[in-house]
Design a protein around this ligand. Structure first.
Ligand SMILES: *Cc1c(COP(=O)(O)O)cnc(C)c1O
Length: 394
Protein backbone atom coordinates (compact mmCIF):
# COMPACT_ATOMS: atom_id res chain seq x y z
CA UNK A 1 0.00 0.00 0.00
CA UNK A 2 1.23 3.48 -0.80
CA UNK A 3 -0.06 6.79 0.48
CA UNK A 4 -3.26 8.16 -1.04
CA UNK A 5 -1.60 11.13 -2.74
CA UNK A 6 0.58 9.00 -5.02
CA UNK A 7 -1.48 8.48 -8.17
CA UNK A 8 -0.71 6.91 -11.49
CA UNK A 9 -0.81 9.10 -14.58
CA UNK A 10 -4.01 9.23 -16.60
CA UNK A 11 -2.19 7.64 -19.52
CA UNK A 12 -1.99 4.39 -17.59
CA UNK A 13 -5.64 4.58 -16.60
CA UNK A 14 -6.55 4.85 -20.29
CA UNK A 15 -5.31 1.32 -20.95
CA UNK A 16 -8.01 -1.33 -21.28
CA UNK A 17 -7.92 -4.10 -18.67
CA UNK A 18 -5.52 -6.83 -19.40
CA UNK A 19 -7.48 -9.83 -20.64
CA UNK A 20 -4.58 -12.12 -19.85
CA UNK A 21 -4.75 -11.30 -16.12
CA UNK A 22 -7.49 -13.83 -15.30
CA UNK A 23 -5.84 -16.42 -17.52
CA UNK A 24 -2.49 -15.83 -15.84
CA UNK A 25 -4.06 -16.36 -12.44
CA UNK A 26 -5.61 -19.64 -13.52
CA UNK A 27 -2.34 -20.71 -15.17
CA UNK A 28 -0.44 -20.06 -11.95
CA UNK A 29 -3.08 -21.96 -9.97
CA UNK A 30 -2.95 -24.94 -12.34
CA UNK A 31 0.85 -25.01 -12.18
CA UNK A 32 0.74 -25.04 -8.38
CA UNK A 33 -1.55 -28.06 -8.51
CA UNK A 34 1.03 -29.81 -10.66
CA UNK A 35 -0.97 -29.64 -13.93
CA UNK A 36 1.28 -30.29 -16.92
CA UNK A 37 0.39 -27.12 -18.85
CA UNK A 38 0.74 -27.00 -22.62
CA UNK A 39 1.19 -23.28 -23.15
CA UNK A 40 0.19 -22.31 -26.68
CA UNK A 41 -0.83 -18.87 -25.50
CA UNK A 42 1.99 -16.49 -26.22
CA UNK A 43 3.75 -15.91 -29.54
CA UNK A 44 7.04 -16.89 -27.99
CA UNK A 45 9.20 -19.00 -30.33
CA UNK A 46 10.40 -22.23 -28.68
CA UNK A 47 13.59 -22.81 -30.69
CA UNK A 48 17.17 -21.54 -30.34
CA UNK A 49 18.82 -19.16 -32.83
CA UNK A 50 20.86 -20.81 -35.61
CA UNK A 51 24.41 -21.67 -34.47
CA UNK A 52 26.17 -19.00 -36.59
CA UNK A 53 24.24 -16.33 -34.66
CA UNK A 54 25.32 -17.79 -31.32
CA UNK A 55 28.93 -18.05 -32.57
CA UNK A 56 28.88 -14.43 -33.73
CA UNK A 57 27.55 -13.34 -30.33
CA UNK A 58 30.22 -15.30 -28.44
CA UNK A 59 32.97 -13.83 -30.64
CA UNK A 60 31.55 -10.33 -30.16
CA UNK A 61 31.24 -10.84 -26.42
CA UNK A 62 34.95 -11.66 -26.21
CA UNK A 63 35.99 -8.33 -27.72
CA UNK A 64 36.84 -5.72 -25.14
CA UNK A 65 35.62 -2.81 -27.29
CA UNK A 66 32.03 -4.10 -27.44
CA UNK A 67 30.88 -3.34 -23.93
CA UNK A 68 30.44 0.40 -23.79
CA UNK A 69 27.40 2.45 -24.76
CA UNK A 70 26.56 1.63 -28.35
CA UNK A 71 25.79 4.43 -30.83
CA UNK A 72 22.20 5.71 -30.38
CA UNK A 73 21.23 5.04 -33.95
CA UNK A 74 22.79 1.57 -34.13
CA UNK A 75 26.15 0.61 -35.56
CA UNK A 76 26.77 1.66 -39.16
CA UNK A 77 27.43 -1.93 -40.14
CA UNK A 78 24.15 -3.24 -38.65
CA UNK A 79 22.22 -0.49 -40.43
CA UNK A 80 23.99 -1.44 -43.65
CA UNK A 81 23.14 -5.11 -43.17
CA UNK A 82 19.48 -4.09 -42.70
CA UNK A 83 19.34 -2.19 -45.99
CA UNK A 84 21.22 -4.97 -47.81
CA UNK A 85 18.79 -7.55 -46.43
CA UNK A 86 15.92 -5.32 -47.48
CA UNK A 87 17.33 -4.94 -50.99
CA UNK A 88 17.83 -8.71 -51.24
CA UNK A 89 14.25 -9.51 -50.12
CA UNK A 90 12.29 -6.72 -51.79
CA UNK A 91 14.54 -5.17 -54.41
CA UNK A 92 14.16 -1.71 -52.85
CA UNK A 93 17.11 0.57 -52.03
CA UNK A 94 17.17 2.32 -48.68
CA UNK A 95 19.68 4.73 -47.23
CA UNK A 96 21.30 3.06 -44.19
CA UNK A 97 21.98 6.48 -42.64
CA UNK A 98 18.43 7.72 -42.33
CA UNK A 99 15.95 5.18 -43.71
CA UNK A 100 16.74 2.34 -41.28
CA UNK A 101 16.83 2.45 -37.49
CA UNK A 102 17.64 -0.49 -35.19
CA UNK A 103 15.23 -0.96 -32.28
CA UNK A 104 15.14 -2.78 -28.95
CA UNK A 105 12.57 -5.09 -30.51
CA UNK A 106 9.79 -3.83 -32.73
CA UNK A 107 7.33 -3.49 -29.82
CA UNK A 108 9.56 -0.80 -28.38
CA UNK A 109 9.66 1.09 -31.67
CA UNK A 110 5.95 0.71 -32.39
CA UNK A 111 5.03 2.11 -28.99
CA UNK A 112 7.58 4.90 -29.03
CA UNK A 113 6.54 5.91 -32.53
CA UNK A 114 3.12 6.59 -31.04
CA UNK A 115 4.67 8.83 -28.38
CA UNK A 116 6.72 10.63 -31.02
CA UNK A 117 3.74 11.37 -33.28
CA UNK A 118 0.47 11.34 -31.36
CA UNK A 119 -0.91 14.27 -29.40
CA UNK A 120 -3.74 13.79 -26.89
CA UNK A 121 -7.01 13.57 -28.81
CA UNK A 122 -5.48 12.64 -32.17
CA UNK A 123 -7.57 10.13 -34.09
CA UNK A 124 -5.75 6.87 -34.85
CA UNK A 125 -7.01 4.04 -37.06
CA UNK A 126 -6.25 0.57 -35.72
CA UNK A 127 -7.67 -2.73 -36.93
CA UNK A 128 -9.53 -4.85 -34.40
CA UNK A 129 -8.33 -7.49 -33.71
CA UNK A 130 -4.70 -6.45 -33.77
CA UNK A 131 -1.37 -6.93 -31.98
CA UNK A 132 -1.89 -5.06 -28.66
CA UNK A 133 1.01 -2.55 -29.01
CA UNK A 134 -0.75 -1.21 -32.13
CA UNK A 135 -3.52 0.20 -29.93
CA UNK A 136 -1.86 0.37 -26.53
CA UNK A 137 0.92 2.62 -27.84
CA UNK A 138 -1.55 5.19 -29.21
CA UNK A 139 -3.61 4.96 -26.00
CA UNK A 140 -0.54 5.65 -23.84
CA UNK A 141 0.11 8.70 -26.02
CA UNK A 142 -3.45 9.92 -25.41
CA UNK A 143 -4.73 9.14 -28.89
CA UNK A 144 -8.33 8.28 -29.65
CA UNK A 145 -8.66 4.92 -31.37
CA UNK A 146 -11.11 4.40 -34.20
CA UNK A 147 -11.23 0.59 -34.46
CA UNK A 148 -11.43 -0.88 -37.95
CA UNK A 149 -13.40 -4.04 -37.28
CA UNK A 150 -12.10 -6.95 -39.34
CA UNK A 151 -14.38 -9.74 -40.45
CA UNK A 152 -13.94 -13.34 -41.53
CA UNK A 153 -16.27 -12.73 -44.52
CA UNK A 154 -13.77 -10.15 -45.78
CA UNK A 155 -10.79 -12.42 -45.17
CA UNK A 156 -9.82 -10.16 -42.23
CA UNK A 157 -8.76 -7.40 -44.63
CA UNK A 158 -9.35 -3.79 -43.63
CA UNK A 159 -12.45 -2.50 -45.42
CA UNK A 160 -11.15 0.92 -46.43
CA UNK A 161 -14.41 1.86 -48.15
CA UNK A 162 -16.28 1.41 -44.85
CA UNK A 163 -14.25 4.09 -43.06
CA UNK A 164 -16.50 7.15 -42.76
CA UNK A 165 -15.25 10.19 -44.69
CA UNK A 166 -15.25 12.31 -41.51
CA UNK A 167 -13.06 9.76 -39.75
CA UNK A 168 -10.64 9.35 -42.66
CA UNK A 169 -10.30 13.11 -42.97
CA UNK A 170 -9.39 13.53 -39.31
CA UNK A 171 -7.22 10.42 -38.84
CA UNK A 172 -3.51 10.92 -38.31
CA UNK A 173 -2.02 7.42 -38.37
CA UNK A 174 -3.14 3.99 -39.58
CA UNK A 175 -1.47 0.92 -38.08
CA UNK A 176 -1.72 -2.40 -39.95
CA UNK A 177 -0.11 -5.82 -40.08
CA UNK A 178 -0.17 -8.47 -42.84
CA UNK A 179 0.60 -11.37 -42.47
CA UNK A 180 -1.50 -10.73 -39.41
CA UNK A 181 -1.17 -11.57 -35.79
CA UNK A 182 -3.67 -12.79 -34.61
CA UNK A 183 -5.83 -13.59 -37.65
CA UNK A 184 -3.02 -15.14 -39.79
CA UNK A 185 -4.57 -13.31 -42.78
CA UNK A 186 -2.39 -12.14 -45.63
CA UNK A 187 -3.07 -9.20 -47.95
CA UNK A 188 -2.55 -9.21 -51.73
CA UNK A 189 -0.30 -6.55 -53.31
CA UNK A 190 -3.41 -4.77 -54.64
CA UNK A 191 -4.54 -4.20 -51.06
CA UNK A 192 -1.22 -2.50 -50.31
CA UNK A 193 -1.70 -0.29 -53.35
CA UNK A 194 -5.18 0.65 -52.18
CA UNK A 195 -4.10 1.46 -48.65
CA UNK A 196 -1.26 3.66 -49.93
CA UNK A 197 -3.66 5.59 -52.22
CA UNK A 198 -6.13 5.90 -49.35
CA UNK A 199 -3.48 7.18 -46.95
CA UNK A 200 -2.06 9.64 -49.46
CA UNK A 201 -5.51 10.92 -50.31
CA UNK A 202 -6.51 11.48 -46.68
CA UNK A 203 -3.00 12.46 -45.52
CA UNK A 204 -2.61 9.63 -43.04
CA UNK A 205 0.74 8.25 -41.95
CA UNK A 206 1.01 4.48 -42.53
CA UNK A 207 2.65 2.19 -40.01
CA UNK A 208 3.02 -1.37 -41.25
CA UNK A 209 4.22 -4.23 -39.04
CA UNK A 210 5.91 -6.94 -41.14
CA UNK A 211 7.21 -9.08 -38.31
CA UNK A 212 6.20 -12.26 -40.17
CA UNK A 213 8.13 -11.26 -43.29
CA UNK A 214 9.77 -14.66 -43.44
CA UNK A 215 7.39 -16.99 -41.62
CA UNK A 216 5.48 -17.74 -44.81
CA UNK A 217 4.67 -21.10 -46.36
CA UNK A 218 3.83 -22.90 -49.58
CA UNK A 219 5.78 -20.40 -51.70
CA UNK A 220 3.86 -17.38 -50.43
CA UNK A 221 5.99 -14.21 -50.28
CA UNK A 222 4.57 -11.40 -48.10
CA UNK A 223 4.44 -7.89 -49.55
CA UNK A 224 6.42 -5.07 -47.99
CA UNK A 225 4.80 -1.63 -47.75
CA UNK A 226 7.91 -0.03 -49.23
CA UNK A 227 7.61 -2.04 -52.44
CA UNK A 228 4.59 0.11 -53.27
CA UNK A 229 5.23 3.29 -55.25
CA UNK A 230 4.75 6.39 -53.11
CA UNK A 231 4.67 4.48 -49.81
CA UNK A 232 8.06 5.65 -48.58
CA UNK A 233 6.88 9.26 -48.55
CA UNK A 234 4.16 8.54 -46.02
CA UNK A 235 5.05 5.41 -44.13
CA UNK A 236 7.35 3.18 -42.17
CA UNK A 237 7.57 -0.56 -41.69
CA UNK A 238 8.62 -2.49 -38.59
CA UNK A 239 10.63 -5.70 -38.67
CA UNK A 240 11.92 -8.02 -35.99
CA UNK A 241 14.49 -10.75 -35.55
CA UNK A 242 12.41 -12.31 -32.77
CA UNK A 243 10.41 -14.71 -34.90
CA UNK A 244 12.49 -15.77 -37.93
CA UNK A 245 15.67 -16.28 -35.94
CA UNK A 246 14.24 -17.33 -32.56
CA UNK A 247 15.74 -14.20 -31.00
CA UNK A 248 12.73 -12.93 -29.04
CA UNK A 249 14.72 -12.55 -25.82
CA UNK A 250 17.55 -10.65 -27.50
CA UNK A 251 15.36 -7.59 -28.11
CA UNK A 252 16.34 -6.55 -31.58
CA UNK A 253 14.30 -5.29 -34.50
CA UNK A 254 14.29 -2.33 -36.83
CA UNK A 255 12.16 0.19 -38.65
CA UNK A 256 12.63 1.16 -42.29
CA UNK A 257 10.97 3.79 -44.44
CA UNK A 258 10.48 7.52 -44.50
CA UNK A 259 13.53 9.39 -43.18
CA UNK A 260 11.56 12.21 -41.53
CA UNK A 261 9.22 9.84 -39.71
CA UNK A 262 12.20 7.78 -38.54
CA UNK A 263 13.98 10.95 -37.41
CA UNK A 264 11.10 11.75 -35.03
CA UNK A 265 11.38 8.32 -33.46
CA UNK A 266 15.16 8.62 -33.24
CA UNK A 267 14.88 11.99 -31.50
CA UNK A 268 12.55 10.54 -28.87
CA UNK A 269 14.71 7.46 -28.41
CA UNK A 270 17.90 9.44 -27.83
CA UNK A 271 16.11 10.68 -24.71
CA UNK A 272 15.02 7.24 -23.57
CA UNK A 273 17.58 4.56 -24.28
CA UNK A 274 21.18 3.99 -25.25
CA UNK A 275 20.58 1.67 -28.16
CA UNK A 276 21.17 -2.04 -28.50
CA UNK A 277 24.08 -3.94 -26.91
CA UNK A 278 26.79 -4.04 -29.60
CA UNK A 279 27.10 -7.81 -29.18
CA UNK A 280 23.42 -8.21 -30.06
CA UNK A 281 23.82 -5.93 -33.08
CA UNK A 282 26.74 -7.99 -34.37
CA UNK A 283 24.76 -11.21 -33.90
CA UNK A 284 21.76 -9.64 -35.64
CA UNK A 285 23.96 -8.64 -38.54
CA UNK A 286 25.01 -12.27 -38.90
CA UNK A 287 21.36 -13.33 -38.79
CA UNK A 288 20.39 -11.05 -41.66
CA UNK A 289 23.23 -12.45 -43.76
CA UNK A 290 22.44 -16.13 -43.20
CA UNK A 291 21.87 -18.24 -46.28
CA UNK A 292 18.22 -19.02 -47.08
CA UNK A 293 18.54 -22.58 -45.82
CA UNK A 294 18.21 -21.39 -42.20
CA UNK A 295 15.03 -19.50 -42.92
CA UNK A 296 13.67 -22.49 -44.81
CA UNK A 297 14.29 -24.66 -41.76
CA UNK A 298 12.19 -22.44 -39.49
CA UNK A 299 9.47 -22.18 -42.13
CA UNK A 300 9.37 -25.98 -42.45
CA UNK A 301 9.08 -26.37 -38.71
CA UNK A 302 6.04 -24.10 -38.41
CA UNK A 303 4.43 -25.46 -41.57
CA UNK A 304 4.71 -29.01 -40.26
CA UNK A 305 3.07 -28.01 -36.96
CA UNK A 306 0.39 -26.01 -38.79
CA UNK A 307 -0.54 -29.01 -40.94
CA UNK A 308 -0.44 -31.40 -38.00
CA UNK A 309 -2.72 -29.28 -35.83
CA UNK A 310 -5.14 -28.43 -38.64
CA UNK A 311 -5.55 -32.14 -39.36
CA UNK A 312 -6.10 -32.97 -35.69
CA UNK A 313 -8.58 -30.13 -35.21
CA UNK A 314 -10.47 -31.28 -38.30
CA UNK A 315 -11.20 -34.54 -36.49
CA UNK A 316 -12.70 -32.44 -33.70
CA UNK A 317 -15.00 -30.58 -36.05
CA UNK A 318 -12.90 -27.53 -36.92
CA UNK A 319 -12.47 -26.63 -40.55
CA UNK A 320 -9.44 -24.33 -40.63
CA UNK A 321 -7.97 -23.26 -43.96
CA UNK A 322 -4.15 -23.47 -43.83
CA UNK A 323 -2.66 -20.07 -43.03
CA UNK A 324 -0.13 -18.86 -45.59
CA UNK A 325 2.05 -17.27 -42.93
CA UNK A 326 2.67 -16.57 -39.21
CA UNK A 327 3.08 -18.98 -36.30
CA UNK A 328 -0.57 -19.20 -35.27
CA UNK A 329 -3.92 -20.78 -35.93
CA UNK A 330 -6.94 -18.51 -35.53
CA UNK A 331 -9.88 -20.70 -34.70
CA UNK A 332 -13.55 -19.95 -34.09
CA UNK A 333 -14.98 -20.76 -30.67
CA UNK A 334 -17.86 -23.23 -30.72
CA UNK A 335 -21.20 -21.40 -31.11
CA UNK A 336 -22.76 -19.89 -27.96
CA UNK A 337 -19.49 -19.42 -26.10
CA UNK A 338 -17.35 -16.28 -25.98
CA UNK A 339 -13.57 -16.07 -26.37
CA UNK A 340 -12.72 -15.63 -22.69
CA UNK A 341 -15.05 -18.38 -21.49
CA UNK A 342 -13.85 -20.78 -24.14
CA UNK A 343 -10.16 -20.13 -23.36
CA UNK A 344 -10.89 -20.61 -19.65
CA UNK A 345 -12.83 -23.81 -20.30
CA UNK A 346 -10.00 -25.21 -22.44
CA UNK A 347 -7.49 -24.36 -19.72
CA UNK A 348 -9.56 -25.84 -16.90
CA UNK A 349 -10.51 -29.03 -18.71
CA UNK A 350 -7.26 -29.74 -20.56
CA UNK A 351 -4.38 -27.67 -19.19
CA UNK A 352 -3.88 -26.25 -22.69
CA UNK A 353 -3.38 -22.49 -22.83
CA UNK A 354 -4.84 -20.62 -25.81
CA UNK A 355 -5.31 -16.87 -26.14
CA UNK A 356 -8.85 -15.45 -26.19
CA UNK A 357 -9.36 -13.46 -29.38
CA UNK A 358 -10.79 -10.47 -27.51
CA UNK A 359 -7.33 -9.87 -26.00
CA UNK A 360 -6.62 -8.35 -29.44
CA UNK A 361 -9.66 -6.07 -29.40
CA UNK A 362 -13.44 -6.51 -29.68
CA UNK A 363 -13.06 -7.62 -33.31
CA UNK A 364 -11.39 -10.80 -32.04
CA UNK A 365 -14.43 -11.89 -30.03
CA UNK A 366 -15.59 -15.39 -30.98
CA UNK A 367 -12.09 -16.66 -31.76
CA UNK A 368 -9.04 -17.98 -29.97
CA UNK A 369 -5.45 -17.92 -31.13
CA UNK A 370 -3.23 -20.98 -30.85
CA UNK A 371 0.54 -20.47 -31.14
CA UNK A 372 2.49 -23.18 -32.94
CA UNK A 373 5.24 -23.05 -30.34
CA UNK A 374 5.39 -26.71 -29.36
CA UNK A 375 6.55 -29.72 -31.34
CA UNK A 376 4.10 -32.19 -32.86
CA UNK A 377 4.34 -34.58 -29.87
CA UNK A 378 3.07 -31.88 -27.56
CA UNK A 379 0.44 -30.77 -30.05
CA UNK A 380 -0.68 -34.41 -30.26
CA UNK A 381 -0.98 -34.49 -26.47
CA UNK A 382 -3.08 -31.30 -26.60
CA UNK A 383 -5.37 -32.90 -29.20
CA UNK A 384 -5.77 -36.06 -27.10
CA UNK A 385 -6.77 -33.94 -24.12
CA UNK A 386 -9.27 -32.00 -26.25
CA UNK A 387 -10.73 -35.31 -27.40
CA UNK A 388 -11.05 -36.67 -23.85
CA UNK A 389 -12.54 -33.46 -22.48
CA UNK A 390 -15.06 -33.19 -25.31
CA UNK A 391 -13.63 -29.91 -26.57
CA UNK A 392 -14.82 -29.72 -30.15
CA UNK A 393 -16.41 -27.45 -32.70
CA UNK A 394 -20.06 -28.32 -33.07
C1 LIG B 1 5.85 -11.00 -32.27
C2 LIG B 1 5.42 -9.73 -32.90
C3 LIG B 1 6.30 -8.64 -32.95
C4 LIG B 1 7.69 -8.75 -32.42
O1 LIG B 1 7.96 -7.90 -31.41
P1 LIG B 1 9.44 -7.72 -30.89
O2 LIG B 1 9.30 -6.60 -29.93
O3 LIG B 1 10.28 -7.35 -32.08
O4 LIG B 1 9.88 -9.01 -30.27
C5 LIG B 1 5.87 -7.47 -33.57
N1 LIG B 1 4.65 -7.39 -34.12
C6 LIG B 1 3.80 -8.43 -34.12
C7 LIG B 1 2.48 -8.29 -34.80
C8 LIG B 1 4.15 -9.62 -33.49
O5 LIG B 1 3.30 -10.65 -33.49
Amino acid sequence: MSVSWINRADRLKALPTYVFARLDELKAGAREQGVDLIDLGMGNPDGAPPQPIIDAAIAALSKSGNHGYPPFEGTASFRKSITQWYQRCYGVDLNPDNEALPLLGSKEGLTHLALAYINPGDLILVPSPSYPPHFRGPLIAGGRIHPLILKAEQDWLIDLAAIPEAVATRAKILYFNYPSNPTTATAPPEFFQEIVSFARHYEIMLVHDLCYAELAFDGYQPTSLLEIAGAKEIGVEFHTLSKTYNMAGWRVGFVVGNADIIQGLRTLKTNLDYGIFTVVQQAAETALQLPDIYVKEVQDRYRLRRDFLIKGLAELGWNIPPSKATMYLWIPCPPQIGSTDFALEVLQKTGVVVTPGNAFGVGGEGYVRISLIADCDRLQEALVRFQKAGIRYV
